[in-house]
Design a protein around this ligand. Structure first.
Ligand code: ADP
Length: 692
């Protein structure tokens, strides 16, 4: 590794010697391999031997000792021993030499004779004879380095072991990271850690946990974009980064960590199943560099953190999923109960059958319709309940259901075990679940029975009505002949000049004539009504081109006497346009006469009736306006119904309630429409609209 440059930034690939096994991983510390090489080197170990007297004057020295003390070419015999030793070793070695001289006992000790480079010697000082002493120096530097390394590795493995055992019990990421950091800072002299989580939605790092940084400073660190600062770069490249000698580093990306007073910094990506989960960084404010084995340790711990964080996320997801499932389950149970209630309480029969047509499930209504308790129907085939003829069509419908997925509104006669019959309509849906089909059936028996009796009743009513109509027609025709005779003879009497009637007799005869004519009108109306009602197709329209002004004038003339009798004046509005229309003149006259008749009859003394018309597109609208008693709104819709009369207690106006019915029927025959607008006490305007 390169050292000694003012600032170093390293990008690391994930360490290849670290196993990616499940659970916690064991660090393969680099230095162990180094130690192995060093131990091999130790085979050509350096040894040296020196003899000296109690005055510390050297009397003999071998080549090894010369080499160790760096005195290869110098004359050393008789020289003062302390002058030959370097200052690192001097103090401690002299202490041991003095103790051997004083106590006359040998001492064996490992002595670090130099810090740079590190150098250790196993030193044995022995009294020999006659105040002579020997020093045996054996270079055990490599062995000592190996020992120190083992102690340090041991310490790190302990950190790993401790953290591994703690990690498995932790539930909260903050607690986990804090405790790891505390343990790591003891060993690595760390001051801060920062943990970011990668937020996919925001597409940036979000600060999740940290220690050693005051909250005010973290305000600027809450989010880091990919590629910015050290953490963002680590997230982008998914490679760890080490920054040493931060103070002297000119890279702008270290500005943030420098502002925190950090001197050495390492940031690791947290990667789970190839995906970035976040970053974790450690920084020291005291030291400027990290050793490679320390970086290995941090890397290993980060890997563990990823696994544990991953586990926490998974546990959280599972907990959430479980909660969601529990809610969904509750919802399902409620729905199941709701549908079960509907199923049980439905008035229609519901069957679930399998592919062979066997009943798998049914509701109480189905059992009731089939005439068997629902408990006894499981496994029974639906065909059991239909007649032989129905069985064939039931199978056909079954085939249709399997082919098209639906079979609808098929009627069957169900034969119950007690041989009573029910008429039902079936609808079926295929495969409502796993090869199970749904049949819904309605019991139509009551409805069918009512329908049948209604048909019988209607036929009977039609028959009775026809008889009545025939009877009425017969009576009408029978009455018309004598009535015509009465009218005829009365007219003869009235006009008899030979035997003229007295005034009294004339008055009485006039009453007979008026009542007879009224009766004849009534019978004619009834016969007309029956004719239209029973055989409308027999009334052939005799359509002619009619000048409207003339046709209306004729009608007015026909009603003139009547109007005079009632003191009512008839008008045709001035300036109306004369138009030709194609119409059956008799039917048209019948309509107008009826409307005029009513306008006169329901008018007041000295009232008026005004006729006018307008061309409206391809229609001619004719209006008959009177100044009479008017029609209350609530009756206006009904007055065209047969025999509908408004009871006017104040007026006692005679009528049959047929006139407007005939008007409406005739207008409809002419492919037209009829209507009225009226104000009670002011007057009414009846209108008809017929095609020109
Ligand atoms: P009716 O023989 O009673 O006149 P219609 O069928 O001709 O029978 O009329 C039905 C009812 O409509 C009448 O009884 C009357 O109350 C009401 N009516 C018809 N025409 C008029 C009108 N011009 N003014 C007021 N009421 C009318």
């Amino acid at each position: 590794m390169i050292r000694g440059i003012t600032c170093l930034l390293y990008d690391y690939e994930v360490h290849p010697l670290i196993s990616e096994g499940k659970g916690l991983k064991i660090i393969d510390i680099n230095s162990l391999s180094t130690l192995k090489t060093d131990s091999e080197k130790a085979k050509d170990i350096t040894k040296g031997f020196i003899l000296f007297d109690s005055d510390l004057r050297v009397s003999s020295i071998d080549d090894g000792a010369r080499q160790i003390l760096g005195l290869s070419n110098q004359a050393v015999i008789g020289r003062f021993l302390p002058n030959l030793l370097n200052k690192d070793a001097l103090g401690i070695l002299l202490n041991y030499i003095n103790s051997v001289i004083q106590e006359d006992q040998f001492v064996q000790q490992d002595i670090k004779v130099s810090d740079h480079p590190v150098q250790w010697y196993n030193t044995t000082i022995c009294p020999i004879y006659n105040n002579r002493y020997s020093i045996l120096l054996v270079d055990n530097t490599q062995q000592k380095i190996m020992e120190e390394s083992l102690v340090s590795n041991n310490e790190k493995l302990k950190v790993l072991y401790d953290s591994a055992s703690k990690l498995t019990t932790m539930k909260n990421p903050k607690e986990l990271l804090d405790s790891l950091f505390d343990r790591l800072s003891e060993v690595l002299d760390l001051d801060i850690y920062v943990n970011y989580i990668w937020d996919k939605d925001q597409d940036r790092l979000v600060l999740a946990n940290h220690k050693g940084i005051c909250n005010k400073k973290t305000e600027h660190m809450n989010f880091i974009e990919k590629g910015s600062a050290i953490c963002g770069t680590v997230a982008q490249n998914m490679k760890k980064m080490v920054v040493e000698n931060v103070e002297n580093c000119s890279n702008p990306k270290v500005a943030l960590i420098r502002s925190l007073g950090i001197k050495a910094y390492v940031c690791e990506p947290l990667i789970s199943f190839g995906e970035l989960v976040g970053t974790i960084s450690f920084g020291s404010k005291k030291r400027t560099t990290f050793k490679s084995e320390e970086l290995d340790l941090i890397h290993s711990i980060c890997h563990q953190v990823t696994i544990v964080l991953d586990r926490m996320t998974k546990v959280e997801e599972l907990t959430q999923n479980t909660e969601t499932l529990e809610v969904a389950n509750l919802h399902l149970m409620k729905n199941e109960r709701k549908f079960r209630d509907i199923f049980e309480g439905a008035q229609v029969g519901i069957l679930i059958i399998d592919n062979e047509g066997k009943i798998i499930e049914l509701n109480p209504a189905a059992g009731y319709i089939l005439g068997v308790h629902s408990d006894k129907l499981n496994g029974v085939k639906v065909t059991t309940f239909v007649s032989e003829t129905n069985k064939v069509s039931l199978r056909e419908h079954g085939a249709h259901l399997l082919k098209y997925g639906k079979a609808q509104d098929n009627e069957y006669i169900i034969i119950r075990p007690d041989e009573s019959e029910r008429i039902v309509s079936f609808s079926a849906s295929k495969n409502i679940y796993y090869g199970h089909h749904l049949i819904i059936f309605h019991d139509l028996t009551l409805q069918k029975n009512i329908q049948n009796s209604l048909i019988i009743e209607r036929n009977e009513a039609e028959r009775v009505s026809k008889t009545k109509t025939n009877f009425l027609a017969m009576i009408g025709h029978e009455l018309r002949t004598p009535l015509n005779s009465i009218i005829g003879y009365s007219q003869v009497l009235e006009e008899d000049k030979k035997d003229p009637l007295t005034e009294k007799q004339k008055n009485k005869l006039a009453k007979i004539l008026s009542s007879s004519r009224h009766l004849l009108q009534l019978i004619n109306n009834i016969l007309e009504l029956i004719r239209i009602d029973t055989k409308p197709e027999t009334i052939k329209a005799n359509v002619k081109t009619v000048r409207i002004k003339k046709a209306i004038w004729d009608c007015l003339q026909a009603n003139k006497n009547n109007a005079n009798d009632h003191g009512v004046t008839l008008h045709i509005e001035k300036d109306v346009e004369d138009v030709s229309i194609k119409i059956d003149p008799i039917r048209f006259q019948q309509v107008l006469v009826n409307l005029l008749n009513n306008a006169i009859k329901y008018n007041r003394k000295n009232g008026t009736v005004t006729l006018y018309w307008r061309v409206d597109g391809s229609y001619l609208a004719i209006f008959v306006k009177d100044t009479g008693i008017g029609i209350p709104v609530e009756h206006q819709e009904n007055i065209f119904e047969p025999f509908y009369r408004i009871n006017h207690p104040a007026y006692h106006i005679e009528g049959t309630g047929i006139g407007l019915t005939l008007v409406k029927q005739n207008v409809l025959e002419m492919k037209g429409t009829v209507g009225v607008s009226s104000i009670e006490g002011t007057g009414s305007t009846f209108w008809i609209k017929v095609p020109i």
